[in-house]
Write a protein that binds this ligand. Structure first.
Ligand code: ZN
Length: 115
């Protein structure tokens, strides 16, 4: 990511609660809900996608230690948004309203997507 237009760059077109389809990797073809977005890293965590096993040492919270499975972040370029209105994979467009506010629209059906 290069400097300058940081404001525009920073706004990933994904939000948590978006439904995305995975287009690369082991989970290709699966869909899931975005749980968390890391705008600076361009990564997201998607529910049920990209589980990794972590070996943990015993700690106070988890006295036995062991293996926990957890979703790992994936890069946004590995997903495509599924529009909740038309239910198809799509690209998200940004439309700027007369009052200057920005809304996200589905480029497939043109409907506004929840922001
Ligand atoms: Zn749509």
């Amino acid at each position: 990511m290069k400097g300058r237009s940081t404001v525009a760059r920073r706004s990933l077109r994904l939000r948590h609660d978006d439904i995305v389809q995975i287009i690369a990797g082991n989970d290709r073809g699966k869909q899931g809900k975005v749980l968390k977005v890391f705008p600076k890293k361009g990564r997201i965590i998607v529910e049920g996608i990209n589980f990794i096993k972590r070996h943990t040492r015993p700690s106070q919270q988890n006295p036995k230690g062991g293996i926990i499975e957890k979703e790992a972040p994936i890069h946004v370029s590995n997903v495509i948004v599924v529009c909740p209105k038309c239910n198809s994979v799509t690209r998200v467009g940004i439309r700027i309203l007369e009052d200057g506010s920005r809304i996200r629209i589905c480029k497939h059906c043109g409907e506004m997507m929840t922001v």
